[in-house]
Design a protein around this ligand. Structure first.
Ligand code: GRF
Length: 194
């Protein structure tokens, strides 16, 4: 089982998909740390339920560098060989990357990148509908210092935009795809010896 860490800021449904896939043996990994940018993220409770160690590294403008540096060190000290950004909604400072070292990082984004990069959650789906696109999707990509929603694509999967979709109905369809894709992407990277 390869040790991995997951960084979160909110709901944690992608974290849950990883926890569930590990529980049923579909993903050969162990989550050694869930790191949150917010103390009140529901994702933390999901981690606790699954008996996964958690750390809160609150990010404000003033504390970003110190807090994210501590997060990077904690992830490294936990022995993680991969970091999954699963709804982590903060820009990652250089101090984070310095602390993390060579551990690879991936991010999940609810669009077919590079389309609709740089937007958060519901804003992505609003923009997709406003554009008149008939399909959208999910991208898991490598994340790198100084880049946002940019990096080598690990897995990408399409989802239809249906007539009458609202941002909410589209978000729900895309989220169901995310939960499959995040597991596939992590498994793919682990089996190619991250
Ligand atoms: C997901 O839509 C993910 O693609 C985006 O943030 C959302 C997080 O959802 N980066 P959850 O916290 O995993 O439920």
């Amino acid at each position: 089982m390869t040790p991995i860490a997951v960084a979160v800021s909110g709901r944690g449904s992608n974290l849950q998909a990883l926890i569930d896939a590990i529980a049923v043996g579909r993903l050969d990994a162990e989550i050694v740390l869930v790191a949150s940018s917010r103390p009140d993220a529901p994702a933390i409770e999901r981690a606790k339920q699954a008996k996964i160690p958690t750390g809160v590294f609150t990010v404000t403008k003033e504390t970003r560098a110190a807090s994210q540096s501590a997060m990077g060190h904690a992830i490294r000290n936990a022995g993680a060989r991969l970091l999954v950004l699963a709804g982590y909604d903060r820009y990652l400072a250089d101090a984070f990357w310095d602390a993390l070292g060579e551990i690879p990082v991936i991010n999940i984004h609810p669009s077919l990148l590079p389309a609709f990069a740089g937007l958060n959650n519901m804003k992505v789906h609003e923009a997709v509908i406003a554009s008149g696109a008939t399909e959208t999707g999910v991208t898991v990509h490598r994340a790198h210092r100084g880049k946002l929603d940019e990096g080598e694509i690990v897995v990408q999967r399409r989802a239809p935009v249906l007539p009458g979709d609202t941002p909410e109905s589209l978000a729900a369809r895309v989220l169901a795809v995310e939960h499959q894709v995040i597991v596939e992407a992590v498994q793919h990277l682990l089996s190619s010896a991250v």
